[in-house]
Ligand binder design. Structure first.
Ligand SMILES: *[C@@H]1O[C@H](CO)[C@@H](O)[C@H](O)[C@H]1NC(C)=O
Ligand SMILES: *[C@@H]1O[C@H](CO)[C@@H](O)[C@H](O)[C@H]1NC(C)=O
Ligand SMILES: *[C@@H]1O[C@H](CO)[C@@H](O)[C@H](O)[C@H]1NC(C)=O
Ligand SMILES: *[C@@H]1O[C@H](CO)[C@@H](O)[C@H](O)[C@H]1NC(C)=O
Length: 318
């Protein structure tokens, strides 16, 4: 879906800061950015950087009680196509304290409103991966980061790009990956089509069974050929050494959805998938969010933001 009008939503970047958080930062050694104080904590800030000669941009949201001495986990959130980081931030609510009271949220902006991988993308895969690497270098240098807890999530082509990262060398800088309604245009030629630097790689995917844009059963997408979600999951299961016998399938919502989970290399839930049968192409939410509204959907039975952040909290990079 490339036709979002995000400007109205983008105009209000203020996010709720209500419920208490459960994720307490671990006191590990932080990066070079520890000790640097920052202004406007709790308010989204915009920055640009030059990556391989090209001007790129991102926004960053620090916890409202950010401490320069606490090494924080970092979550990169990649927007869908025809969009920007700010829209993803507003749509997912991920800067809200219920999700990230103790995390640094970063929302990179893609060139031409998209990420590499689709046949309509402005950036090449190497260029976007270099941007991610340069971005992490800048974040580590300027903020207090727990280097063992860097995560990536994204929606649609942003979710697809999360997979591109996981399959690349830059992916070794991350502890876990989660995609919502992912369009997997790259690294999708079977088990060996993706070669992560190190396995196992914690991976989660959430998808609507009625997604008209990124079909659950794969096929021609807007930007190329997409694998079926079950195939894509089975490839990750094989890469991660998750025997088929460990796969559990839990029926949800009276059988109109399922939660799949695998035990990989002895780690329960290292690979997970949530399917909502009647959901279309949007960021799953229990309240009305903009991407679901655009897709003609009301509130659904699960919150992708809750599921993704809880998944990340389980994993620390070795
Ligand atoms: C900031 O607030 C959160 C949520 O109340 C709390 O868990 C955390 O310990 C606080 N951080 C600092 C550095 O005080
Ligand atoms: C960096 O820029 C040069 C010159 O434009 C280009 O040839 C090269 O492919 C780029 N490399 C990456 C990784 O984007
Ligand atoms: C992109 O790929 C899709 C799916 O194969 C195809 O329908 C479309 O024509 C392609 N567009 C371009 C610009 O190549
Ligand atoms: C599940 O289906 C039963 C029988 O149709 C119905 O009574 C019940 O309300 C449904 N529960 C939910 C959570 O939809």
């Amino acid at each position: 879906m490339r036709s979002y009008t995000f400007v109205a939503a983008a105009a209000s970047c203020v996010v709720a800061t209500s419920a208490a958080s459960v994720d307490v930062p671990r006191q590990t050694s932080g990066t070079a950015g520890c000790g640097i104080s920052h202004w406007f904590n709790g308010i989204t800030q915009y920055h640009s950087l030059t990556s391989n000669g090209t001007s790129r941009s991102y926004s960053i949201h620090l916890p409202s009680n950010y401490s320069q001495d606490v090494p924080y986990p970092v979550v990169l959130g990649f927007h869908g196509s025809s969009s920007i980081g700010l829209f993803f931030e507003v749509d997912t609510g991920l800067s809200g304290s219920q999700y990230s009271a103790n995390k640094i949220m970063v929302y990179p902006n893609g060139l031409g409103g998209a990420w590499a991988g689709a046949n309509y993308s402005d950036a090449t895969v190497p260029a976007d991966l270099t941007f991610v690497s340069d971005l992490l270098t800048e974040i580590r240098a300027n903020y207090c980061v727990d280097d063992s807890r860097i995560y990536a999530t994204g929606m649609s082509i942003g979710g697809g790009f999360v997979d591109t990262i996981a399959c690349s060398e830059v992916g070794s800088q991350f502890a876990a990956f989660a995609a919502g309604s992912g369009s997997f245009y790259t690294d999708n030629n079977g088990v060996g089509g993706c070669t992560p630097v190190k396995t196992p790689v914690p991976v989660l995917e959430i998808h609507g069974g009625a997604d008209p844009d990124v079909n659950y059963n794969g096929g021609e997408g807007e930007g190329g050929i997409e694998p079926s979600i079950p195939d894509w999951l089975s490839w990750w299961a094989q890469r991660n050494n998750c025997p088929d016998s460990t796969k559990t399938v839990e029926d949800l919502f009276n059988g109109t959805g399922q939660h799949y989970s695998w035990t990989c290399n002895g780690v329960e839930g290292l690979l997970q998938h949530w399917k909502v049968d009647d959901m279309g192409h949007c960021w799953a939410s229990t309240s009305l969010d903009f991407s679901c509204l655009v897709a003609g959907e009301g509130p659904g039975p699960i919150s992708a933001s809750s599921i993704v952040m809880a998944f990340f909290d389980k994993f620390t990079k070795a």
